[in-house]
Design a protein around this ligand. Sequence first.
Ligand code: ATP
Length: 324
Amino acid sequence: MTETTPPAVEVVDLRREFTVGRGAGARTLTALDGLSLTIAPGTVHGLLGPNGAGKSTLCKILSTTLLPTSGTARVLGFGVTDRPREIRRRIGLVLGGDRGLYGRLTSRQNLELWGALHGLHGRELRTRMAELLDRVGLTDRADERVNGFSRGMKQRLHLARGLIGDAQVLLLDEPTTGMDPVAADDFRDFVRALRAEGRTVLITTHDMAQAEAICDEVTLIDHGRVLTSGDPRDLARRLSGGQRVEADAVPPRVAAEIEALPEVNTVRRPRGGHLCVDTASAEATRLVLALLVDAGVSSVRTGPPGLEELYLRVVGGRKMRVSA
Ligand SMILES: Nc1ncnc2c1ncn2[C@@H]1O[C@H](COP(=O)(O)OP(=O)(O)OP(=O)(O)O)[C@@H](O)[C@H]1O
C-alpha cells in the first residue's frame, strides 16, 4: 500500500444503537459498541462472531444502507455518511438467503436490472452478464425464473449480482448459506480469483474451516466489539494452548475414544479413516497421540490448532455452527 492509497475499509470507534420496544418499555440495544477495524486493499478479511455479534450491522453501515449512531466508517477513503454515492459505485453487496433477488425475473433479468443501476447497458452489459453467468455456473439457467432456483443457485446469482458493477470492495454477508460442499469449494476458488484481481473482500461467516482457508486476516467480534484480529493461523497458534492433530487410517473405535477425551474440542472425520482434531491443551494433545500410537496408527501429523479452536476459546461456549 502506498502512502496515498487509503485502506479499503477503515472503521474507527463505530457505534450503532437501536431502540427496541415502545413507550415505557422502550430500551436501547447496542449492536456496535465502539468497533474499530482496518482492512488493507486486495485482501480477504473474515468477520466472525456468534449470532447477534454485530456482523450484519457493520456490513449494512459499510454498504451505506444504515447510518451509524457515532464514530467513522470509510470505504476506499470515502465516508459512509458524507460520500455514500462514491461508495455505492465501488462496492458489491452479497447477502445470504433470499434477500435482494427478484423471484419473478430470470437470472439474466435480475442482472440486467442491477447492471442498469450501475450505469451499464448495451453490449457492455451483455458481455459482463455473459461473463458473470459463466463464472458462477448459471449460463444454462440464465433464462429461468429465480423462484424455481435452489438456495445454492440463488447464492451464485447473488455473487454475480455483487460483481456486476466491477466492485473494488465486496461485502459478502454469509455468502455460502445453502451451498452444497462442491459449490462451497468453488466459492473458495472464486474468492481467491477476486483477490488475484486486486479486489478486497469482507466476508461474514460462521464457517471456520472456510474462513481459515480463504482469509488473509480474520476479526472475531462479539457484543459489537472486536475480541481479536489477525492472520487466522497466527491467531490460533498464539491464543490456543493446544494443537491440531491429523492422522490417517484411524479405526472408528479409536476415533470415538479420542472424541470422548476432555479438552478435545473439535473433531472432524471428513472421509475414510482420516481424523483431524483440535485440542485445547498440551495434555490433551499427549492423550490423543498416545491413543493413536497404541492403536498402531503410524501416519500422524501435528501443527498449530485451527480457527474453530480459537473461536471456542475466545467466544466461549456460545452456540455456533461448525462445518463438517
Ligand atoms: N433493525 C434492528 N432493530 C433492532 N435491533 C436490531 C436491528 N438490527 C440489528 N439489531 C440487533 O443488533 C444486534 C446485532 O445484530 P446483527 O444482525 O448485526 O448480528 P450478526 O452478527 O449479523 O448476527 P447473525 O450471525 O445472527 O447474522 C442484535 O442484537 C440484533 O438484534
